[in-house]
Design a protein around this ligand. Structure first.
Ligand code: MGD
Ligand code: MGD
Ligand code: SF4
Ligand code: MO
Length: 889
């Protein structure tokens, strides 16, 4: 895991979250990749989280799409590109430019985004190009634009450390932006007076740093912040000078906010009046306040209003654009911000210019010297896939995203792709739920193989660097688009020799006729030489031609990007609390887990990352489980009018009663039936078009399994016969959870399907209905399979390491059948620290038997938590549990 800084070490940027950490990557002679945090990168100063640290385990070529394919058969690039250009051109000729579409991704590099956007909006003449940022950042973008006149994040990461009050709204920072979370933990340790408030319906690991947790009712956020605005006014806590000098619309916003009594706000937010008052008092007296928000805010039918309600409070107090102050929308994907800058969404032009603005359209068209320029927004993601389903779109190109899993009404997306006459998918992985529908699949270069720019949450542009050979015939995404553009007749505008030339053109565009009336200006990069591009150092924008790089904040003294340079207060839509009530008994919320990234195409390849939570699950309150007669670790069916899925029940009071939490990650590649988006209706925010993925009505019932199974196997078996299965990578093979409904199923037959043939050792307990079997090949175990009428109870963390161990002795073979180590061995329990594979039982032992009562002492004893730190909040939770018990004894 450690790397030196030898000659073959290069600087690059992490391809996962929007923190945008700098990485030092090295390759060994055998082709292995190891990574370290870059101590000089201003996002992470050397830190990395569990996902970043495991990057070296995801760069092998297994599962990769290596060659272009037409209808699943390998073909030449020329054939594939010719076919795409003719299908797109034919559709445009027959049905017009709006009959084709691109659906792209915040995980593409800026250069990819720029070329795609240029082709669609300036040459094809449609704005039917949208991105998965629609599911992610669209409400923040809409909220920024209507308040500031442009999509600007005013502050920097440093502000989060300098704040005296940090309000985290709908953000599970500890798991989703772990390095930024670690920076806050460090800041709080050095300035204990800093207060953190967590506004979050569940108890998440982020609660570890919270002084106050406000377990808000789903979508109660607008009420919470409107209540705050009214309170600040009542207590003379507003900055009247800032309001008067730099804003308009305050009176209307205040009038709307003052409409509700504290008692009404208490009902809408589900929070006690005393808790509301405590929070509001803290806001009143703390000048240095930063409000960080993420998907609990954006992914809502009131997402844009939530953003506005938050921004209103910052404008009204003048707490914006100054050290330790401001609203801070944190981005999810590595280049979510870059995609916004480059106009990757259906309702924007490049470089933060607006489709609706005739001057901006003219600037864009003249800069590109393009035959046309769009003058109306295109279809946003949800509408785009509906249009595909309805036959309006004849050809679509999907790039760097997996919509069959990640869009709401996901089964409609399947139907749409089945119906669409021509589907192109560019991906790095051969088999995803989306490539299954590709007429043409194009192999893209992945992280480490491609090069270009990305922008993180604080407007800092960094570089992803190439340091690995491209597998097979994989090519850069921008190259693929440029090749098609050339074949469509636009050779002159898409003749980019390399990524640097794309970056230079884009930088020049940002400065073109920009006299300071557009925020986004990176003109200084327009003269970059190839060498400077290769050695690119992270830089925050704006970065104007002739200026030196510097750290900047926006709006300290107004200067917003509206016609009168004043910010606009917004009036959130009138709320009808009754509209939150639905006839279903449960509310389902969806989100992320620590060690997986979205649809798991990359993190799912790392056996270390796959051990933390190895199966799709639902967090359900013990009281609800009792009502539903569901016991711990049984399987449950979650369903509604849209669909149904089967997952494992995890009983916990981290969720409140009548609400459940499900992770978004599992796909048909990793589980039989756990694509949560087949349950999520496509309800969208009226301004941003962002789907409400966080507040989904559902019902729950116990899944009646006659048998539960667990297996570890060397080979990946075909599991389609089972009613439930989930598979995860482990060292030397796979770990598999199973269930079947059929009482009469044949044990031995099942075992053969899973383990194959070999020397058998088995055991059957007829009374309990249990069956256990291990199959050997000489001294190696091919696999072990356990079957039971109740959830299988074996030591999974021990078993997943047995595929790589020798099993010559009888004793060790019987231990395998027993499913746990003998007296000598240790059952380490569920993995908590994935860097050093430290399990829960080991930590409990260290606390209860070895006197480790602090995080550093657990680290000293077991190394747990000493590398990336992503597990520290979980260790702290175990400490809290057991140190308190010990103290009480
Ligand atoms: N490990 C990991 N990290 C990631 C990712 C990943 O896949 N895995 N993905 C990245 C991406 S693209 C993104 S966008 C970010 C997302 O980062 P986050 O937004 O932090 O993550 P989520 O888990 O989607 O949702 C955050 C929380 O919103 C809460 N919530 C639900 N409804 C409401 C509500 O009405 N109000 C409030 N206040 N809260 C609510 C949920 O309980 C949940 O805990 O993470 C990024 N980082
Ligand atoms: N219910 C629910 N749904 C959600 C969310 C939620 O919280 N709840 N969150 C939403 C959010 S915020 C997001 S960002 C989305 C994410 O959802 P997706 O974007 O669909 O998820 P990923 O797994 O990141 O998909 C990226 C795809 O690109 C491929 N890929 C990786 N690198 C490259 C590359 O360099 N080039 C190309 N061409 N392909 C590459 C990967 O193999 C993978 O197939 O999900 C959204 N959906
Ligand atoms: S916090 Fe983790 S996932 Fe995010 S950029 Fe840093 S190392 Fe990558
Ligand atoms: Mo996202």
């Amino acid at each position: 895991m450690t790397v030196g800084r030898g000659e073959n070490t290069i600087k690059t940027t992490c391809p996962y979250c929007g923190v945008g950490c700098g990485i030092l990557a090295s390759t060994s002679e055998e082709g292995g990749v190891s990574v370290l945090g870059d101590p000089e990168h201003p996002a992470n100063f050397g830190r990395l989280c569990s996902k970043g640290s495991a990057l070296g385990e995801t760069t092998d070529w297994s599962d990769r799409l290596l060659y272009p394919e037409i209808a699943g058969t390998r073909t030449h690039w020329d054939h594939a590109l010719d076919l795409i250009s003719s299908k797109f051109s034919d559709a445009i000729a027959a049905y017009g430019p709006d009959s084709v579409a691109f659906y792209i991704s915040g995980q593409l590099l800026t250069e990819d985004y720029y070329v795609a956007n240029k082709l669609m909006k300036g040459y094809i003449g449609s704005a039917n190009i949208d991105t998965n940022s629609r599911l992610c950042m669209a409400s923040s973008v809409a909220g920024h634009r209507r308040a500031f006149g442009t999509d600007t994040v005013p502050g920097t990461y440093e502000d989060l450390e300098l704040a005296d009050l940090l309000i985290l709204v709908g953000s599970n920072l500890a798991w989703c932006h772990p390095v930024l979370y670690q920076r806050i933990v460090a800041a709080k340790a050095s300035r204990p007076e800093m207060k953190v408030v967590l506004v979050e319906p569940r108890l998440t690991m982020t609660n570890d740093i919270a002084d106050i947790h406000l377990p808000i009712r789903f979508d109660g956020d607008v009420a919470l912040f409107e209540g705050l605005l009214a309170y600040l006014k009542e207590k003379n806590g507003l900055n009247e000078e800032y309001i008067a000098a730099y804003t308009t619309g305050f009176d209307a916003a205040l009038a709307a906010a003052s409409h509700y009594s504290l008692a009404e706000i208490s009902v809408e937010t589900g929070l006690e009046i005393s808790d509301l008052e405590e929070f509001y008092r803290l806001c009143l007296k703390t000048e240095k306040t930063v409000t960080v928000y993420s998907q609990g805010v954006n992914q809502s039918i009131a997402g844009t209003d939530k953003v506005s309600a938050i921004i209103n409070c910052h404008l009204a107090t003048g707490r914006i654009g100054r050290e330790g102050m401001g609203p801070f929308s944190i981005t999810g994907q590595p280049n979510a911000m870059g995609g916004r800058e480059v106009g990757g969404m259906a309702n924007m032009l490049a470089c933060h210019m607006d489709i609706e603005n005739a001057d901006h359209r003219s600037i864009t068209q003249r800069f590109w010297n393009s035959p046309m320029i769009v003058d109306k927004p295109g279809l946003k993601a949800v509408d785009l896939f509906r249009a595909i389903r309805d036959g309006e779109i004849k050809a679509v190109w999907i790039m760097g995203t997996n919509p069959v899993d990640s869009l709401p009404e996901a089964d409609l997306v399947k139907e749409a792709l089945e119906t669409c006459p021509f589907v192109v998918v560019s991906d790095i992985v051969q088999r995803t739920d989306t490539t299954a529908y590709a007429d043409v699949a194009l192999p893209s270069e992945g992280w480490g193989e491609k090069e270009g720019l990305v922008t993180n949450s604080e407007r800092r542009i960094s570089r992803q660097q190439r340091f690995l050979p491209s597998p097979g015939e994989a090519r850069a995404d921008w190259w693929q688009i440029a090749q098609v553009a050339k074949r469509m007749g636009y050779e002159y505008a898409f003749d980019f020799p390399d990524a640097a030339s794309v970056a230079r053109e884009y930088a020049a565009m940002s400065a073109f006729e920009n006299d300071g009336d557009r925020d986004f200006d990176i003109g200084a990069l327009s003269h970059m030489t190839a060498r400077e591009f290769a050695d690119f150092s992270p830089v925050q924008w704006p970065f104007k031609d002739g200026e030196n790089p510097r750290s900047t904040r926006f709006f300290t003294k107004g200067e917003f990007y509206t016609s009168d340079r004043k910010a606009r207060f917004q009036v959130p839509a009138k709320r009808n609390p009754k509209s939150f009530n639905h006839t279903y008994s449960y509310t389902l919320t969806t989100g992320r887990i620590r060690d997986q990234w979205h649809t798991m195409t990359r993190t799912g390849k790392s056996s270390r990352l796959s051990q933390h939570l190895a199966e799709p699950f639902v967090e359900i309150h013990p009281a609800d489980a009792e009502d539903l007669r569901i016991k711990e670790a049984e399987l449950v069916e979650i369903y509604n009018d849209h669909g149904s899925i089967i997952v494992r029940a995890l009983l916990t009071d981290r969720v409140s009663q009548k609400s459940v939490f499900l992770p978004m990650h599992w796909t048909d590649q990793f589980a039989s039936n756990a694509r949560i988006n087949c349950l999520v209706p496509a309800n969208t925010d009226p301004y941003s078009g962002q789907p409400a993925s966080k507040n989904v009505p559902c019902l729950i019932k116990r899944f009646t399994a006659s048998y539960y199974g667990f297996a570890v196997t060397r080979e990946k078996p075909n599991l389609s016969k089972f009613d439930y299965w989930a598979i995860a990578k482990c060292d030397g093979g796979w770990r598999i959870e199973l269930a079947i409904e059929d009482r009469t199923a044949d044990y031995a037959e099942m075992a053969k399907d899973i383990l194959g043939a070999g020397e058998i050792l088995d055991y059957q307990d007829q009374r309990k209905g249990e069956y256990r079997i291990a199959v050997f090949d000489g001294g190696d175990v091919k696999g072990v399979f356990y079957l039971s009428p109740t959830p299988v109870s074996v030591s999974r963390s021990w078993l997943v390491n047995q595929l790589c161990a020798s099993h010559e002795s009888k004793i060790s073979r019987y231990e395998l059948l027993a499913g746990r180590p003998g007296a000598e061995g240790q059952d380490i329990g569920a993995i908590v620290c994935s860097c050093f594979s430290v399990g829960r039982n080991q930590i409990v032992d260290a606390v209860t038997k070895k006197g480790c009562v602090t995080l550093p002492s657990v680290g000293g004893c077991l190394k747990a938590g000493t590398n990336c730190g992503s597990c520290r909040s979980e260790i702290q939770e175990i400490l809290n549990e057991f140190v308190v018990i010990q103290a009480a004894e």
